[in-house]
Ligand binder design. Structure first.
Ligand SMILES: C[S@@+](CC[C@H](N)C(=O)[O-])C[C@H]1O[C@@H](n2cnc3c(N)ncnc32)[C@H](O)[C@@H]1O
Length: 266
């Protein structure tokens, strides 16, 4: 009851919240997604827009990756959004989830925030999750090893959306290095979600540790691939906290980067 009252006091858009509850029950997927009336709207946003861009560029099949799977709630949610996006755009979506299967490894140094994370957090129930997954593939092992063989072993359809949720700087650096693979494995632009970039007064995330440092260093060291901030969110009337966890990947030298995808006759 107290929590309900607190929610009411701190809700700047109570009418919108009410509309969201109604749309969540009765609305079509695209309306629910637009209003944020879905589970993990940030995942839905990335998958939906990845499929929309793929459709415009004429790709029939794309891949979506999750770095850091843990209990698998994110991967199951990606399956849901991929199914909905397929119904709208007719683009097939493969899903891959990367994880040790054994939880977090030992933090390497201060950049992995050992004051917040410990080895073994987020251990996976591998058979339990495998039994629940409909189509997503689990890539088990340390990303240091699995990243080396992923492209050759799976020959994935072009990657169009990625959730980076490894928590650690050291693991995220390796995941980002995978962007150096052949352009055939990527759409010219792709949608990224970084889970550990806001946090609380405990994590105190900043540009010098964690996932934010991995992003900064990646951008500094790659002239032709950049992870950019999605300024278009600032056009929205209602700003959601997760907007600040989205980046857009750009491959400036991708052979399809300049293909026209906008409105004709402007
Ligand atoms: C916070 S959990 C992921 C949660 C999940 N994305 C979700 O939304 O439910 C972080 C995961 O990253 C994995 N991880 C961290 N570093 C890794 C590495 N070097 N290789 C593989 N997995 C790693 C851990 O095993 C852990 O399960």
């Amino acid at each position: 009851m107290l929590n309900k009252i607190k929610d009411l006091i701190f809700d700047p858009y109570p009418l919108r919240t009410l509309a969201k509850q109604i749309v969540k029950k009765f609305g079509a997927y695209e309306d629910r997604l637009k209003l944020g009336a879905v589970d993990r709207p940030e995942y839905g946003y990335c998958v939906y827009n990845a499929a929309a861009l793929a459709k415009k560029l004429g790709y029939k099949r794309i891949s979506v990756l999750e770095f850091g799977v843990a209990k698998g709630n994110g991967l199951l949610n990606l399956e849901y959004h991929a199914e909905e996006a397929y119904k709208i755009f007719g683009v097939e979506i493969d899903i891959y989830g990367f994880d040790t299967g054994e939880g977090l490894p030992e933090p390497v140094d201060y950049r992995d925030l050992p004051y917040h994370w410990k080895k073994g957090f987020y251990k996976m129930d591998v058979p339990g999750l495998q039994a629940k997954l409909k189509k997503a593939k689990l890539i088990l092992g340390d990303i240091k090893d699995t990243s080396k063989e992923f492209f050759e072993k799976y020959n994935p359809a072009p990657i169009a959306a990625v959730s980076y949720d490894f928590d650690f700087y050291s693991s995220t650096v390796v995941a980002l290095k995978m962007l150096e693979a052949d352009e055939k494995y990527y759409l010219p632009r792709f949608f990224c979600y970084f889970d550990d970039v806001l946090g609380t007064e405990i994590e105190l995330y900043n540009d010098f540790i964690g996932e934010r440092l991995a992003i900064c260093e990646f951008n500094q060291s790659h002239e032709n691939i950049k992870l950019g901030i999605p300024y278009h969110f600032l056009e929205n009337k209602v700003i959601q906290p997760w907007f600040n966890k989205i980046w857009i990947g750009h491959f400036f030298k991708h052979s399809r980067y300049n293909d026209f995808v906008s409105t004709e006759g402007q």
